[in-house]
Write a protein that binds this ligand. Structure first.
Ligand code: SAH
Ligand code: SF4
Length: 350
């Protein structure tokens, strides 16, 4: 797909080869530093603005299908249509001291985790670097419009980022170099793709790694997260050790609490051993219900108990608020809901 944030600087240079050299920098900064569309670049002569606005390679990657707000405006969610009609989601969350955007790295996902709406829908395609960068640019503009500064990006929306490594890493570099975001404020969340974790440890930028663990024994993890059969806990833990051996990296575990499945005292015990060994922080979140999965999230009481047990066992654990439940803000849920609505309205979901 050709889109404005898929162009590299040298692509842009080629596109503007008949213009004075300094125009390249003006357009590049306009897109990246100021997040402006070509037609808004008032530093350019009108003629050039019009030419760029009509240029297919400068088209936006995303058009907004649904925008919804919840948590009194502190959570904003977009369902975008890509140029080929595929749908992806982006969620912007405002917290007291920071604003974080959660972006998608693929349309769909091939990993097949049964509890996840994206996994239930299956894989469609990888996102391009430009499709990822543009999600951040759009969210940053929305944050700025409400007087906030976007500081953090998490690759925790639809898709498995380490299954789309090259495009994801190019997006990370662009966010760091051209949007000016600190590597410490970028987090890649993975289901546990071991070769990807190893590659990540060798990169120059020390981004944070979040591993979606959900179970700390192979029998249960095989069931919850099928890729565990390929990369079982032993090799996953080794890859995490290697990642941490690289200079100043931070590791956290995601644990979606499922009532009666992974919220027992024995689960906390198993998790605590792995988390202590790796010095990992644990983020707990009660499972969001999805149509394709019968089990329920743990009750608030049970979530607190689990957190306290982890703390007693010497693990740093935080309960993450379930942001945007009212607008289906969990991974893949807005898209699933939109497809259902389309069916109800007598149209075929695409
Ligand atoms: N594929 C990557 C990143 C996208 S999923 C990964 O799995 O880490 C982002 C996070 O949402 C993961 O931690 C995933 O386990 C979690 N998640 C998926 N479905 C969920 C649900 N129904 N309730 C709570 N968390 C969920
Ligand atoms: Fe894919 Fe992550 Fe969902 Fe698993 S939890 S299906 S890896 S998006």
């Amino acid at each position: 797909m050709a889109s404005r944030y898929d162009l590299t600087r040298s692509d842009l240079s080629r596109l503007l080869s008949d213009e004075p050299e300094y125009r390249v920098g003006q357009v590049w900064d306009g897109l990246h530093v100021h997040g402006q569309a070509p037609e808004q670049l008032t530093v350019l002569p009108k003629r050039l603005r019009a030419r760029l606005a009509a240029e297919p390679a400068m088209a936006p990657a995303l058009s907004c299908t649904v925008e919804s707000a919840s948590d009194e405006g502190d959570t904003l969610k977009w369902l975008w249509a890509l140029q080929d009609g595929r749908r992806i989601e982006t969620v912007l969350m405002h917290y007291p001291g920071r604003s974080t955007v959660c972006i998608s790295s693929q349309a769909g996902c091939a990993m097949g985790c049964g509890f996840c709406a994206t996994g239930q829908a299956g894989f469609e395609r990888h996102l391009s670097t430009g499709e990822m960068v543009e999600q951040v640019v759009r969210a940053r503009a929305a944050a700025a419009a409400s007087g906030r500064r976007l500081s953090n990006v998490v690759f925790m929306g639809m898709g498995e980022p380490l299954a789309n490594y090259d495009a994801v890493w190019a997006a990370v570099v662009r966010l760091h170099d051209d949007l000016g975001l600190s590597a410490r404020h970028l987090t890649i969340s993975t289901v546990g793709i071991v070769p990807g974790i190893r590659r990540l440890g060798g990169e120059d930028l020390p981004v944070n790694l979040a591993v979606s663990l959900h179970a700390a024994n192979d029998v249960l993890r095989d069931e919850l997260v099928p890729i565990n059969r390929r990369y079982p806990l032993g090799v996953l833990i080794e890859a995490c050790e290697a990642y941490l051996a690289a200079r100043s990296r931070r590791l956290s575990f995601e644990w979606a609490l499922i009532a009666g499945v992974n919220d027992r005292a024995s689960d906390a015990g198993e998790l605590s051993r792995v988390a202590r060994h790796l010095g990992a922080h644990v983020n707990l979140i009660p499972l969001n219900p999805t149509p394709g999965y019968a089990a329920r999230g743990s009750s608030p009481e049970r979530v607190r108990q689990f957190r306290d047990r982890l703390r007693d066992l010497g693990v740093n654990a935080t309960v993450r608020r379930n942001r945007g439940t009212a607008i289906d803000a969990a991974c893949g849920q807005l898209r699933a809901a939109a497809a259902e609505t389309a069916v109800t309205m007598g149209r075929l979901p695409d």
